[in-house]
Design a binder for this molecule. Structure first.
Ligand code: NDP
Length: 316
């Protein structure tokens, strides 16, 4: 198989990956970045980004990612298309297989592969993508001011998103499949006591309807097999909050992950348990998952990689 040696390999092209590439190329580390399955990452699936500092009028998600890409390119980062399909991090240089056909031997590695929001798997989620279906209340909630929305899920994320949306929307339904919430007590209380939030226990969404974007959700209220009631609920926005799946599978044999698959890093740093391997952005962040926090951790990871290369000379 074809091999290539690099000082720093960055995997992922969201805000974390591109910010790492900007810093690393300015530090003359000649970083090579592989963009992954979804070049530009999760922000390319949203419309307007209004909370990234520096854009007082907001910025289109695709435009923001294109700006970051060009900024990394300007300083000489080697940006490539390709997906990391296998990893051997047992010793340095680390060996990363790209598209099953080429091996990159990297002195240092920044994993910025992100996380993907989970969806229910309904056809209508795709049909209404960007037209009333969202997996990020912080990104899209603003568009539902004084409107009616539904949030699916019963964990901390769902409760947090429902509470956030209740600050903007006129009414929030929380669609929970079980007869109870899984979220922490304090989040449960916040949701149950909020005058604008109505929790629909033992409910499942079966589909969406609407001619111009989402106008309602087909629901089923199920209390045992014999007791099923199907009905339609008018809503303007449908938010998924049933968890995220971090894209860490190929690294799990080497770097420590938590039970959900998030890469565990040391304290407030991007250092993993493997010296020379750093994790930045959503793949290592179960809590904040914001573009700006991802960008910040990408910066930290590049600085850590530079320090590591200075202190470790093997082939360096
Ligand atoms: P969780 O896995 O905790 O919860 C997912 C929720 O979605 C559950 O209620 C689950 O239902 C529901 N769900 C999953 N699949 C489906 C489906 N197909 N149909 C309907 N409902 C479904 O994920 P979270 O993202 O909420 O939280 C992840 C982690 O992050 C947790 O550890 C959480 O505590 C933490 N977190 C902490 C926060 C904080 O401290 N402020 C904020 C946000 C997250 P069921 O219960 O039936 O399985």
């Amino acid at each position: 198989m074809q091999t290539e040696k690099v000082r720093l390999l960055i995997i992922g092209s969201g805000p974390a990956g591109y910010t790492a590439a900007i810093y690393a190329s300015r530090a003359n580390l000649n970083p090579v970045l592989y963009a992954g399955l979804q070049p530009g990452g999760q922000l390319t699936t949203t419309t307007e980004v209004e909370n990234f500092p520096g854009y007082p009028q907001g910025v289109d998600g695709n435009q923001l990612m294109e700006d970051l890409r060009q900024q990394a390119e300007r300083f000489g980062a080697d940006l490539r298309q390709g997906v990391a399909t296998q990893a051997d991090l047992s010793e340095r240089p680390f060996k990363i297989t790209i598209d099953g056909s080429k091996v990159i031997e990297a002195e240092t590695l920044i994993i910025a592969t992100g996380a993907a929001a989970k969806y229910l798997g309904l056809e209508d989620e795709k049909k209404y993508a960007g037209m009333g279906v969202s997996a990020c209340a912080t990104c899209d909630g603003f568009f539902y001011r004084k409107k009616t929305v539904a949030v699916v899920g019963g964990g901390d994320t769902a409760c947090e998103e429902a509470t956030y949306l209740a600050g903007l929307a006129a009414k929030v339904y929380l669609i929970v499949r079980k007869p109870f919430l899984r979220a922490s007590k304090i989040m449960q209380e916040r949701v149950m006591n909020h005058p604008k939030i109505e929790v629909l226990f033992e409910h499942n969404a079966e589909g969406l309807y609407g001619d111009n974007g989402v106008e309602g959700v087909h629901l089923v209220h199920r209390r045992g097999e014999a007791d099923e009631r199907h009905y339609d609920l008018p809503i303007d926005g449908f938010f998924l909050a049933i968890g995220h799946k971090p894209s860490s599978d190929i690294f799990k044999d080497y770097v420590q992950t938590d039970e959900a698959g998030y890469i565990v890093t040391e304290g407030n740093s991007p250092r993993t348990n493997v010296p020379g391997v750093f994790a930045a952005g959503d793949v290592a962040d179960p809590h904040y998952r914001q573009a700006i926090t991802a960008a910040g951790s990408g910066c930290k990871a590049a600085i850590e990689a530079e320090r590591f290369l200075l202190n470790n000379t093997s082939n360096g």
